[in-house]
Design a protein around this ligand. Structure first.
Ligand code: NAD
Ligand code: 89V
Length: 346
């Protein structure tokens, strides 16, 4: 018997939403049946491109008119709280793009609203869903490296992200809020929750408002130490955008996820080199295909969770812990690298 498709409405038809919509077209168990954007031109363009006829400039009207199982919110951060609360009030399950919120209290309020309404809430925190990152995690799960005592999650680039996402150049906060959030989430995913952190930031590019370089030192609850470093001011002979590189040292061996998705695992005197390149979906384009594949992976995970009743891996409650790292990093950088006790925040 064919399974019924989960019906979704997507809010925010901008730059990144087109990746969501391409990926939804490949998800068997779900279908986007309505679109919403307050910009009519963008709304119409997306409707025509993806063959979706039910178009709304007002999210409340979409929720009142359509029978939806979930909404997929792909607007920028300032609108996340009102839209999440609107969907919760309508009794509709919610996916919300990162960064989840501008403050921890907004993030907590959204988690509370969905809990009260008894609707699932997932933050679209997709970097941990990149297949190279899942491959790293599989090595840790196999125990090949023994006890992990050190790690590094690194993203260094000079790619022009501002032409596609102009708001990134004008926000007071830039790299930790937009990109570091993914890197910190990967550190949590690989090494566990964080007890304490300290951070430095700086702005190298004079044409933007926020910081474009950040280095964050994390003490994990397991006792491991990790470094999360990110930069959009790093010009290298080979531009690696948007690759995240990972280094891990354990009591039995080491792992290096290097450039171009080459993973080297050295343990028990044996060295293995594996190609963990992401799949290139038909609609994807290099170099974004790594991120685009992770959009497909997280949407499939959401659909599986809706069908099974399981909590999504990056639920709103889980993401509070990643958000706490973001705010702690800014607090530490503003206080001359002061160590911040993260457990008091999350
Ligand atoms: P964008 O500005 O290009 O698009 C946002 C769209 O939302 C606009 O078309 C705007 O008109 C619409 N909108 C805003 N408020 C609305 C409302 N209340 N109702 C209806 N429509 C509304 O932004 P973008 O670059 O697509 O980014 C969107 C989000 O995706 C951001 O939070 C960004 O951080 C995130 N993002 C995530 C990834 C990732 O890999 N996870 C990558 C890029 C962007
Ligand atoms: O993934 C993101 O959130 C994007 C980018 C890769 C450009 O930082 O904004």
């Amino acid at each position: 018997m064919a399974r019924v498709k989960q019906k979704g409405g997507l809010i925010g038809c901008g730059f990144f939403a087109h990746n969501h919509l391409h990926a939804w077209q490949e998800i068997e168990g779900a279908e986007i049946v309505a679109l919403c954007d307050r910009d009519e031109k963008r709304l119409k363009e997306a409707g025509e491109k993806f063959g979706i006829a039910n178009l709304y400039t007002d999210a409340a009207k979409m929720l009142a008119s359509e029978k939806l199982d979930f909404v997929d919110i792909a607007t920028t951060v300032a609108t996340h709280r009102p839209l999440v609360e609107l969907a919760a009030k309508a009794g509709v399950a919610v996916i919300c793009q990162k960064p989840f919120a501008e403050t921890l209290s907004d993030a907590q309020a959204m988690v509370d609203a969905c809990k009260t309404a008894d609707v699932p809430l997932m933050v679209h925190e997709n970097f941990r869903w990149q297949s190279p990152i899942r491959a790293v995690r599989a090595v840790l799960d196999a125990g090949t490296l023994g006890d992990i005592f050190w790690g590094r999650v690194s993203f260094r680039s000079a790619y022009d992200v501002f032409s596609g996402q102009p708001y990134l150049a004008t926000e007071e906060r830039f790299i930790i809020q937009d990109l570091g959030i993914h890197i910190l989430d990967i550190a949590r995913f690989l090494f566990g929750d964080v007890a304490q952190l300290s951070a430095t930031t700086r702005r190298v590019n004079p044409a933007i408002r926020g910081e474009d370089v950040a280095t964050i030192l994390l003490d994990h609850e397991t006792g491991a130490t990790s470094i999360c470093d990110c930069s959009y001011a790093t010009q290298q002979p080979e531009e690696l955008f948007p690759q995240t590189l990972v280094e891990i040292d354990g009591s039995k061996g080491t792992l290096r996820l290097g450039a171009n998705y080459q993973m080297i695992v050295h343990a028990d005197g044996q060295t293995q080199t594996l190609d963990v390149s992401p799949k290139l979906h038909a609609w994807a384009r290099r170099p974004w295909h790594n991120i685009q594949e992770s959009v497909f992976n997280i949407e499939r995970h959401w659909t599986d969770c809706l069908n099974s009743g399981h909590e999504p891996e990056t639920s709103g409650a889980d993401n509070l812990k990643t958000m706490a790292l973001v705010f702690a990093a800014y607090e530490s950088a503003a206080a001359d690298q002061k160590a911040i006790d993260v457990r008091r925040m999350a």
